[in-house]
Design a binder for this molecule. Structure first.
Ligand SMILES: [Cu+2]
Length: 147
C-alpha cells in the first residue's frame, strides 16, 4: 500500500512537471461534499493554466433541476486537513454562476487571474439563492485541487 502510494506520487509529480511545460488541462473528479446533504451528484472539473490565467470548466450531473449554482476556488480552512471539509474562505474573483437544466445537468466555464487562485486547495459548487450567485449552502460537491 505504502509502495503503491509512493509510486503514484512520483508518477503524479512527473505528470505535473510535464504539464507545466505543455499546459494541458488537469482533470479532477467532483465528489459529494461532506456538508452537502442528500444530493448525489457527479462531475468533473478541468483546470487549464494559460500564462497569467486559469481557465476552469465544470460539468456536473445529478443536481436539482432548473436551479442556480455557484462555484468557487477556496483557500484551505482550519476545520480539517481534508480540503473539502476545511471550511476555507471562497476566492470571490473565481466565482462561476450557472443554472442546471431540466435534467439536473450543470455546465460552468470561466477564467480567473492565476495569482488569485495560486493558493487554492479546493473547488466546490454550492446551491445559489439566485442568479447573483449568493451561496445557499456550504457546498454540494467538491474536489481538492493542486494549483
Ligand atoms: Cu465555494
Amino acid at each position: 500500500m505504502t509502495i503503491t502510494r509512493l509510486l503514484l506520487g512520483s508518477t503524479l509529480a512527473l505528470t505535473l512537471g510535464s504539464c507545466a511545460m505543455l499546459s494541458p488541462a488537469t482533470g479532477y473528479t467532483l465528489a459529494r461534499q461532506p456538508a452537502g446533504g442528500a444530493l448525489s451528484s457527479s462531475g468533473v472539473v478541468n483546470v487549464k493554466k494559460d500564462g497569467m490565467t486559469v481557465m476552469t470548466g465544470a460539468r456536473v450531473s445529478g443536481l436539482a433541476p432548473n436551479t442556480y449554482y455557484v462555484a468557487h476556488y477556496h483557500l484551505q480552512g482550519a476545520a480539517s486537513k481534508d480540503p473539502c471539509s476545511s471550511g476555507g474562505a471562497p476566492i470571490m474573483t473565481s466565482a462561476l454562476v450557472g443554472r442546471s437544466d431540466a435534467t439536473g445537468m450543470l455546465s460552468l466555464t470561466g477564467s480567473v487571474a492565476a495569482a488569485d487562485v495560486m493558493n487554492a486547495t479546493y473547488f466546490n459548487i454550492h446551491t445559489a439563492k439566485d442568479a447573483t450567485g449568493a451561496p445557499a449552502d456550504a457546498g454540494v460537491t467538491c474536489t481538492s485541487v493542486k494549483m
